[in-house]
Design a protein around this ligand. Sequence first.
Ligand code: SF4
Ligand code: SF4
Length: 235
Amino acid sequence: MSLVDFTDIRMEQRAVAGVTVPVAVVPRIKNQGYLSRILHSLKGLLEGMRLTFGYLVHPSRIVTRQYPENRETLKFPERYRANLKLVYDEKGYHLCGGCKLCEKACPNASIRVLNRKSPITGKIELDRYIWRMDSCTFCNACVLACPSSSLEMGHEFENAVYDRRLLIYNLNRYAGPQAEVMEKLDEETRKQAMEPRDAYGGPVPLAGEELPNIVPVRVDSPGNPASRPGQGSDA
Ligand code: SF4
Ligand code: SF4
């Protein structure tokens, strides 16, 4: 039982610092008798003990997880969103054709897709897929906007860094054609068509280019990891 009856809260006009403003007036906590307060406390105590013993008897119901001890066995709901990823097929080719629909769909300019003319095929292809984790709100709009299902949300949540500029990085492992174009090339041409990209290479963390107000970070700065988990050089 709550000590405050929230149905009694009423709005009033009151003068505050010489200005009349609407305020919510909350009724004072009702005075309880001594015995009533003891019973109220005991009730709360018993409810807590019932919960604790319930978890003791049925440990499968426990919601709290012992992190980081359980890091290896952590399970996430399928829809949990921790990081944005490019999708690669089983041969390691990305599916992104560089259409920039995700960039347009992003409400806060957290994506920048840089394309280039392929030196091999002569067609437009993905050069760098830059994602700003520091401003991303994980709304999933980019994933939904992609016509070729080239994006997905991952579960890699341990992304803390000491320098927030390191939260801006390339998602693509290589500059080059997407999978459907790769399939039409012979083996040797495919290798030539793929130019490796690491997470912090090129204009990322942007070397002062492309995104405003970002001071360049040297890739070999102390504490600057060579690549992000699940990204870059492990292709
Ligand atoms: S999840 Fe939302 S905020 Fe983040 S990059 Fe995609 S569209 Fe932008
Ligand atoms: S990820 Fe999808 S929407 Fe974004 S540029 Fe690539 S193909 Fe287009």
